[in-house]
Design a protein around this ligand. Structure first.
Ligand code: 4AD
Ligand code: MG
Length: 483
């Protein structure tokens, strides 16, 4: 049941409407005319395919036809007729065309030709009207829906954690401040510092980097929960993998240990990718071809071995490799890549933080599969991760994907109050700020675990796009908050 009288192009293509009179509404992609007839390719966003409208100049005035230029928005009523041409089974023979919105061909920036992704980023307000971005955002939607479906079907509850927070969950200090103080006239306290007691929340607040800590509180009441919300990081990394504002999915499960957590994460990632394969066939076919064209432009030795759809199927059908950080360091240290000094950061000792070049070496060159790396040195991980018996490592896991690097970060949590507070002291995290978090270790503590999936990194992987700025509608990156 539609709420207006137009029919979506997807519905016209899915059903047999031959002979019926219908109304389409959408945007002109291209128009070809001769003296006898005009062919208008219309797209309404419901599907990647354009629908052919056939306009007879005896029925549609020249003035109207002239305005059916690329980018214009039309309301077309007519009869669905079996198509003579190859490719499409039916077309619409227009009885009337109403111009809903003109697009001056001299000024409309999108032309029926291939624009560069960089150019399209500058016109992000229009880029969703291209095939590439239409496909990306339909796939993004399907992935988000699959996330909710996966958890809902398994009895996880969706929790909305706060966006404004007074704590730094990851302890990395890369936060955006939230304040209503007058920046030109900051109130001072007795010691000469800024008096945050006069700020809106009467304390320092920031945009959250993660919903995890609050998610843990919910897991200790509801059992299995997940969050799916925006997170913010003021890290100045201008890479193809980092956004200042990105969406994260964070499941948190009571009674899970590190291995249960890994099993869930692997199953979840495969489910979501498979959902896209099953529900976004046309869009993925298009993106597969787009990626293949990009590959052709690269030197032979840099080309991907698998096409996009092949790669997605490969991930769904094969077990991820699981190994510890210590094992990974051995592999990296002994690799020819390291010996020939091809890494920018050479691996010489245990304890080094892995850079994305190392992660990608493991996934793309060594194992050629997604990898779950576990048991990292405690020094390079957050305070809340459960301490292993060796006294050196924590029950962390990072999941590394080909072409992406880290896509998931998670851990079993430290549920033992004494160990947790000791680690917080070592890392100079004030206990007073997290009194509520520590209370869960005082009252009904339990083993539990969780992880965070960077949603845009998943969209990047599934769409085969090369830059994270092209999988979120309006990216926020250093120096850019347009639109
Ligand atoms: O590894 P991270 O920092 O882990 C956490 O925030 C934990 N609280 C998660 C948890 O255990 N509940 O971030 C999780 C994921 C990363 O693996 C990456 O995919 C993504 O978030 N991510 C980013 N994505 C885009 N831009 C950035 N700047 C990102 N930083 C992290
Ligand atoms: Mg991480």
């Amino acid at each position: 049941m539609a709420f207006n009288k137009r029919v979506k192009i997807k519905a016209v293509l899915d059903q047999n409407l031959i002979g019926q009179e219908i109304t389409l509404m959408g945007w002109v992609r291209t128009k070809r005319s001769n003296k006898n007839v005009s062919f208008i390719a219309l797209n309404d966003g419901s599907i990647i395919t354009n629908y052919q409208v056939v306009a007879d100049p005896n029925l549609i005035s020249e003035e109207i036809l002239k305005k059916c230029s690329t980018g214009a928005c039309l309301k077309v009523s007519g009869i669905v007729v079996e198509s003579q041409g190859a490719g499409q089974s039916s077309e619409l023979h227009a009885k009337s065309i109403e111009i809903l919105g003109e697009a001056d061909p001299e000024k409309f920036p999108l032309q029926p030709k291939k624009h560069s992704l960089e150019f399209l980023r500058d016109i992000a307000h229009l880029r969703m009207r291209t095939n590439t971005f239409g496909a990306v955002f339909r796939v993004r939607h399907a992935l988000a829906f699959a996330v909710h479906k996966y958890f809902n079907d398994r009895g996880f509850f969706y929790i909305h954690t706060p966006i404004i927070t007074a704590s730094d969950a990851e302890g990395a200090g890369e936060m955006f401040r939230v304040t209503t103080l007058d920046l030109k006239n900051l109130p001072k306290d007795e010691a000469g510092g800024i008096d945050f007691k006069q700020d809106f929340f009467e304390k320092e607040t920031n945009l959250t980097v993660s919903g995890q800590l609050e998610g843990e509180l919910a897991a200790m009441a509801l059992g299995e929960i997940y969050t799916f919300g925006p997170t913010f990081r003021a890290e100045n990394s201008n890479t193809t993998r980092h956004l200042a504002e990105f969406w994260m999915i964070e499941p948190e499960m009571a009674f899970y240990d590190a291995e249960d957590n890994q099993n869930l994460a692997e199953d979840f990632l495969k489910y979501v990718i498979n959902y896209a394969l099953e529900n976004c066939a046309e869009d993925l076919q298009f993106l597969d071809q787009r990626a293949a064209d990009e590959e052709k432009a690269k030197p032979a030795e840099q080309r991907a071995e698998l096409g996009l759809i092949e790669k997605l199927k490969f991930v769904v059908e094969n077990d991820f490799v699981r190994l510890t950080y210590t094992e990974a360091i051995d592999i990296l240290r002994n690799s020819n890549h390291n010996k020939k000094k091809k890494f920018q950061y050479l691996i010489d000792s245990w304890g080094a933080d892995l850079q994305s070049e190392h992660e990608r070496y493991l996934v793309e060159k060594h194992f050629k599969k997604p990898v779950i790396l576990t048991d990292y040195p405690k020094e390079i991980k957050a305070f809340y991760m459960r301490q292993n018996e060796d006294g050196k490592t924590v029950a962390a896991m990072d999941i590394l994907f080909p072409g992406i690097g880290e896509i998931v970060g998670g851990s079993q949590r430290e549920e033992r109050l004494d160990r947790l507070t000791q680690r917080m002291q070592e890392m100079h995290i004030p206990e007073e700020e997290l009194w509520w978090y520590l209370d869960t270790r005082r009252f009904g503590a339990n083993p539990h675990a969780g992880f965070g999936l960077g949603f845009e990194r998943m969209v990047l992987f599934v769409t085969g796009m090369g830059n994270i700025r092209d999988v979120i509608a309006f990216p926020r990156t250093p120096g850019n908050a347009e639109f």
